[in-house]
Design a protein around this ligand. Structure first.
Ligand code: FAD
Length: 569
């Protein structure tokens, strides 16, 4: 066992983890662990932009940004946290500009801004359609400059707790195959989303939601997991994202009859309605036989934008469509379908990034989270595009600040418990030693396909019950897996098996939570309960692990400025 000691250990090198590390590295010895090389984190795949009411393209204000976000969240977002998000957004973007992020520009030199779904003003700041790439690379450079210690290709397996305090993590060095103990005063989760629970997803292979299951297993609840965002435009059969910026620039959605069908669903906002509504509209067209050639896809048409604008503002989309579906979007419309994209729920935190353990927001000492794995909650039941890179960066910085302050009060390290690494050692030994007949890839495939079918855009009691049974069956089969590679170095079979174990734990919470919530709100749509029910369900779900499956508790939604009203676009 190899031991390390750092004041702060951050798991995840996306925007949330790196922005926090940049903050803490100025005052404390900071380590960032990442299962992929830092700049390969999914943040680098973000395309369309980061929101801020800079008012460079029209009038705008934080108040308008706030109302759009609250309404977009279907009133489930916590308004105190949303107020922080929108008020600090301009400073967050300007800070990135000063770090050297090459944003696209207006002729007068100000940062260019475009339209995005659910935002009533053009407020997405962008760098062509590579926004996440440039933000992530710039932050990585800054972290290197400030002496952050990186442990790349280290897979975190478990948390170390002592008397309720978090005091480190156990991680597997993927290349060397050894287990390492990281002893720290504070641990932060910035482990990103879990799109890989679904077959069609825009998410990277690494997005398996490990962090959620790691905390869930030790008795910390996970919040609002039933809210899964489907993005309206994934490349057909691949799920790879066509940014909402494509519609922000003026792209149309067309059905079999060449009709811009959004006029029947959101006459005012058309293609720029929020994602929950637009994805449902597409799926309805497909389900009612108006997909292209009667199949399960529709089209996005960009031809009228012209070659020059496409190549200047959407070069990556042009490239991806050509490479993956063989379509030149300058000349032809592109086949698309909804794709699992974003997790609104996650590890519950307060506004300062501290992980909380109950409905009274009691913090866990030494444990923090931010970014997509966390639920603070600024997105409520449905996230608006471009608010996520903002959230990850801004709450990443805030969480870094909170950890730095904590270190000033805290004298020493909480001692490690005996057997700190035991759960991780046992989990790995069990996988390597298992001689069952079940295949990891087969179980994963069945999970992803069935989640698409039974816990996707449209849900009902029957399908959700069925999916719960499927998951129980897959969890049982997981106990009898077999992996071929029993070696130490670079054992990707082992990583796949660990990831599948994590997937199988938190998907149960998504499905049970969706079954439990007998209403429709934001991304969670029950065909058997099609109305929002504020009287019974204007509350956050907290799910605790028990042997019999998740136990639910509820937390109040913070409402400050905007009372819930009917949501129309
Ligand atoms: C294709 C795509 C396009 C998007 N476009 C936009 C956009 O234009 N605007 C916008 O606002 N949002 C966009 N989003 C969403 C946004 O990019 C993400 O929500 C956000 O970047 C997440 O950042 P993060 O730091 O929380 O996590 P990530 O960037 O996903 O990073 C997660 C990190 O955790 C590490 N990790 C995970 N598990 C472990 C483990 N067990 N051990 C060690 N390390 C681990 C990974 O290695 C990685 O470094 C997009 C998302 C996708 C998928």
């Amino acid at each position: 066992m190899i031991h390390h000691q750092h004041d702060i250990v951050i798991i995840g090198a996306g925007l949330a983890g790196l922005r926090a590390a940049l903050e803490t590295s100025q005052v404390a010895d900071t380590a960032v662990l990442s299962k992929v090389f830092p700049t390969r984190s999914h943040s680098g795949a973000a395309q369309g932009g980061i929101a801020a009411s800079l008012a460079n393209a029209s009038d705008d204000s934080w108040e308008v940004h706030m109302f759009d976000t609250v309404k977009g969240s279907d009133y489930l977002g916590d308004q105190d946290a949303i107020e922080i998000l929108v008020k600090e957004a301009p400073a967050t973007v300007i800070e990135f500009e000063h770090m050297g992020v090459p944003f696209s520009r207006n002729p007068d030199g100000t940062i260019a801004q475009r339209r995005f779904g659910g935002h009533s003003r053009p407020r997405a700041c962008y760098a062509a359609d590579y926004t996440g790439h440039v933000l992530l690379h710039t932050l990585y450079e800054q972290c290197i400059k400030h002496g952050v210690n990186f442990y790349s290709e280290f897979y975190v397996v478990s948390l170390i707790m002592n008397k309720g305090n978090c005091c480190g993590v156990v991680a597997l060095d993927i290349i060397g195959g050894e287990l390492h103990i990281f002893h720290s005063k504070a641990v932060m989760f910035a482990t990103g989303g879990y799109g890989r629970a679904y077959k069609i997803t825009s998410n990277a292979h690494a997005n398996t939601g490990d962090g959620l299951s790691i905390v869930y297993r030790i008795g910390i609840p996970i919040e609002d997991m039933e809210f899964v965002q489907f993005h309206p435009t994934g490349l057909y059969q691949h799920g790879i994202l066509v940014t909402e910026g494509a519609r922000g620039e003026g792209g149309y959605l067309l059905n079999r009859d060449g009709e811009r069908f959004m006029k029947r669903y959101a006459p005012e906002k058309m293609e720029l309605a929020p994602r929950d509504l637009t994805a449902r509209a597409e799926q309805t067209e497909i389900n009612e036989g108006r997909g292209i050639d009667g199949k399960d896809y529709i089209l996005i048409d960009l031809r009228h934008l012209g070659a020059e604008k496409i190549m200047e503002r959407l070069p990556q989309i042009h490239d991806l469509a050509l490479s993956f579906v063989g379509v030149d979007c300058i000349k032809e419309p592109v086949p698309i379908q909804p794709t699992a994209h974003y997790s609104m729920g996650g590890i519950p935190t307060n506004k300062h990034g501290q992980v909380v353990i109950d409905k009274d927001n009691t913090p866990v000492k030494g444990l923090y989270a931010a970014g997509e794995c966390a639920c603070v909650s600024v997105h409520g039941a449905n996230r608006l595009g471009t608010n996520s890179q903002l959230e990850a960066s801004l709450f990443g910085r805030r969480t870094g600040k909170t950890m730095a302050e904590f270190l000033q009060r805290e004298e020493g390290f909480t001692p490690l418990p005996e057997d700190a690494a035991k759960p991780a050692e046992e989990e790995i030994a069990a996988i390597l030693g298992n001689e069952g007949k079940e295949s990891v890839a087969q179980i994963r495939e069945e999970l992803q396909v069935s989640m698409m079918d039974n816990c996707g855009i449209f849900r009902d009691e029957k399908k959700l019950q069925k999916e719960l049974e499927i998951i129980k069956g897959l969890q049982e089969r997981y106990k009898h897996i077999h992996i071929d590679d029993k070696g130490k170095r670079c054992n990707t079979d082992l990583i796949d098996a660990l990831e599948l174990g994590h997937l199988l734990d938190f998907v149960e919470v998504i499905v049970a939570g969706a079954l439990n919530r007998t209403e429709s709100r934001g991304s969670h749509y029950r065909t058997d309960y099609p109305k929002r029910d504020d009287e019974n369900w204007l509350k956050h779900t907290l799910a605790y692990r028990t042997d019999k499956g998740p136990r639910f508790d509820y937390k109040k939604v913070v409402i400050t400025r905007y009372q819930p009203t009917e949501r129309k676009y």
